[in-house]
Design a protein around this ligand. Structure first.
Ligand SMILES: *[C@@H]1O[C@H](CO)[C@@H](O)[C@H](O)[C@H]1NC(C)=O
Ligand SMILES: *[C@@H]1O[C@H](CO)[C@@H](O)[C@H](O)[C@H]1NC(C)=O
Ligand SMILES: *[C@@H]1O[C@H](CO)[C@@H](O)[C@H](O)[C@H]1NC(C)=O
Ligand SMILES: *[C@@H]1O[C@H](CO)[C@@H](O)[C@H](O)[C@H]1NC(C)=O
Ligand SMILES: *[C@@H]1O[C@H](CO)[C@@H](O)[C@H](O)[C@H]1NC(C)=O
Ligand SMILES: *[C@@H]1O[C@H](CO)[C@@H](O)[C@H](O)[C@H]1NC(C)=O
Ligand SMILES: *[C@@H]1O[C@H](CO)[C@@H](O)[C@H](O)[C@H]1NC(C)=O
Ligand SMILES: *[C@@H]1O[C@H](CO)[C@@H](O)[C@H](O)[C@H]1NC(C)=O
Ligand SMILES: *[C@@H]1O[C@H](CO)[C@@H](O)[C@H](O)[C@H]1NC(C)=O
Ligand SMILES: *[C@@H]1O[C@H](CO)[C@@H](O)[C@H](O)[C@H]1NC(C)=O
Ligand SMILES: *[C@@H]1O[C@H](CO)[C@@H](O)[C@H](O)[C@H]1NC(C)=O
Ligand SMILES: *[C@@H]1O[C@H](CO)[C@@H](O)[C@H](O)[C@H]1NC(C)=O
Length: 469
């Protein structure tokens, strides 16, 4: 129980007065006392964090070993019909079983009173949480490094004040908590913090990279959360990732974008998240725990919409590279930059929300693509290798909200092609393709839904992020 170190004289008097006078009105105390000092409970230590001081690409000799693996039983998981009993429960609003206790409906998992254990239960759990931890570590370093690299003046020029910078600092602190939580779940073999290489050279590129990195961090977790064997672990991860979701939205606001142009947030397979994360890790410490996940080749979006432009879709080859396809400000002339415009619908200063009268993209837009070949070293110490088991791609899969929509690749010539941004909705009134979405190339237009999206993996050739809105 908390220790009350001091009770003020006024409060003591009140308690004394109140006791014999139950029936009459007790004087209303409208100014709460601030003289209680409960002792803090034991505070668990943070995972030790060292500020990464060096950034840049890995220059050592690649010690290529590829992803962690063991005996592989089959090239893919066969698609099966729904499990038996899937349609048995009537879903009619009536109760169909005795209640285990008052106000307690029958069913649910982890509801029978057995003590929850916050521990991974399978390779699936371990590899997924370890991936999440790699993500938390990069975010921690990224947020710090942006604050350390760019001056206050640089931030001010991008419209970001000292209070905004404190929010970024606070987000970095949140990552310390998340990294500590996931490290504690995994135990001593948990992956450590690495060194990183970011495709940014100014504040606006930094904010765009943060916005895109937190998008695949968030979506990467949504993709596996409900597949975890350990629901107690899932519970803790959920409570971390909902914080990450807020970070993603805040970075959109810092970028002057519409904060949430979708009705549903998308989930993606772990290998897509790892594909998008690994290129920005330059090296990890000796004996670092490795991951099982696949690194796909990069997708380059040649006319990736650029949020710093007044007409963001009127753009050619303005990214800092494939995979995240983050924006480059290098070739944007001042008169085409939306930051200093005073016009509503054009101005893109940091804000709670901005309308964009010229949308970043639209259904029917021709999108030009290029993709890399597999077999390239990538990731920490260049020790992973990009791979695909798909045939050469013939479709672009637009993965957003609840939907995977395929558009055929046109004019395929070597490793380039174009395609048309589809017109598709989740429900009436909600165009599915909006926000920061996932664009992957596939050899087949396989039907997949949010809970079995990973079934697409054997057909994926290249992975990128598309800035739809
Ligand atoms: C890391 O850098 C932050 C400022 O960016 C500073 O507050 C913190 O003390 C540093 N931590 C260590 C362990 O040096
Ligand atoms: C994915 O799930 C849907 C049902 O939601 C099913 O129709 C489809 O066949 C499944 N796809 C694969 C490849 O398993
Ligand atoms: C309670 O549920 C757990 C699974 O969540 C199960 O392992 C355990 O056997 C159950 N306990 C009882 C008493 O039914
Ligand atoms: C990666 O490279 C760094 C720097 O050369 C080295 O210290 C580290 O041991 C390497 N890590 C692994 C896992 O080989
Ligand atoms: C790495 O593992 C080897 C073998 O277990 C061990 O001898 C070495 O001390 C470890 N290095 C570090 C930095 O932990
Ligand atoms: C923006 O650019 C696109 C592509 O060049 C063009 O089709 C569109 O009309 C432009 N929109 C505005 C509002 O100027
Ligand atoms: C895009 O720009 C890069 C340099 O910034 C250049 O190397 C590359 O060839 C360009 N690609 C296309 C398709 O124009
Ligand atoms: C915006 O205005 C500020 C202050 O007037 C100026 O320093 C900056 O260069 C301008 N930026 C652009 C992109 O025009
Ligand atoms: C913002 O955009 C919405 C949807 O296009 C429109 O209804 C609204 O009038 C716009 N508001 C302003 C202030 O431009
Ligand atoms: C995305 O949403 C914004 C805000 O509602 C809207 O202005 C824009 O047209 C949408 N973009 C697409 C591609 O639907
Ligand atoms: C991709 O992985 C498969 C299965 O491990 C392997 O057979 C194939 O050689 C790899 N391809 C490349 C290009 O490394
Ligand atoms: C997108 O997903 C929603 C929810 O599953 C579904 O109702 C809708 O039909 C899908 N849209 C398309 C074009 O397939």
């Amino acid at each position: 129980m908390a220790t009350l170190k001091k009770i003020s004289a006024a409060t003591a008097a009140l308690l004394w007065l109140a006791a014999p006078q139950h029936a009459v009105a007790v004087p209303v105390v409208s100014t709460p006392t601030t003289t209680f000092f409960p002792a803090a409970p034991t505070i668990p230590p943070d995972e030790p964090v060292t500020n990464v001081t060096s950034h840049g690409p890995y220059t050592g000799t690649p010690t290529t070993t590829g992803a962690l693996s063991t005996d592989v039983l089959a090239p893919s998981i066969p698609a099966l019909p729904p499990p038996p009993n899937a349609y048995d429960y009537p879903s009619d609003g009536q109760l169909h079983a005795p209640e285990p206790a008052p106000y307690t409906p029958a069913g649910g998992q982890g509801t029978n009173g057995s003590a929850p254990v916050y521990r991974v239960l399978s390779d699936f759990d371990y590899e997924s949480i370890a991936l999440g931890l790699y993500q938390e570590w990069i975010e921690l370093d990224l947020f710090h490094s942006g604050l350390a690299t760019f001056s206050d003046d640089d931030f001010e020029k991008a419209g970001l004040t000292a209070e905004d910078r404190f929010l970024i600092e606070f987000m970095a602190d949140q990552e310390v908590g998340h990294a500590t939580l996931l490290s504690n779940i995994l135990g001593p073999s948990a992956p450590n913090q690495c060194t990183y290489n970011y495709p940014v050279s100014n504040v606006r590129e930094f904010i765009d990279f943060c916005q895109k990195l937190t998008r695949f961090g968030e979506s990467g977790v949504y993709g596996f959360l409900n597949h975890l064997d350990s629901r107690p672990v899932g519970q803790l991860l959920l409570q971390s990732i909902s914080t990450e979701a807020r970070q993603q939205m805040i970075f959109r606001q810092f970028e002057g974008l519409f904060p949430m142009p979708v009705w549903f947030e998308v989930g993606i397979p772990q290998s897509w998240a790892w594909t998008l994360l690994a290129p920005y890790i330059s090296s990890c410490p000796e004996n670092q725990t490795r991951l099982i996940w696949q690194n796909y080749p990069a997708l380059h979006i040649l006319n990736q919409p650029n949020p710093v432009r007044i007409n963001g879709s009127d753009v050619w080859n303005e990214t800092t590279g494939g995979y995240t396809n983050t924006l480059s400000t290098k070739d944007v002339p001042a008169e085409q930059d939306c930051l200093n415009s005073t016009e509503v619908g054009v101005n893109c200063s940091p804000a709670i929300t901005n309308n964009r009268s010229a949308p970043l993209s639209y259904a029917g837009r021709q999108v030009f693509l290029e993709w890399d070949e597999p077999g390239q070293p990538i990731g920490p110490n260049n020790s992973y290798v990009t791979n695909t088991t798909a045939n050469p791609p013939v479709f672009a899969a637009w993965v957003s909200q609840l939907n995977v929509t395929y558009s055929p690749l046109q004019n395929i010539s070597g490793n380039s092609a174009w395609t048309i941004q589809p017109n598709t909705s989740t429900f009436a009134g909600d165009p599915a393709v909006n926000g920061t979405i996932f664009l992957v190339l596939t050899d087949e237009d396989l039907y997949v839904t949010p809970f079995n999206l990973t079934q697409l993996n054997p057909h994926v050739y290249a992975v990128g992020l598309y800035q739809a809105g």
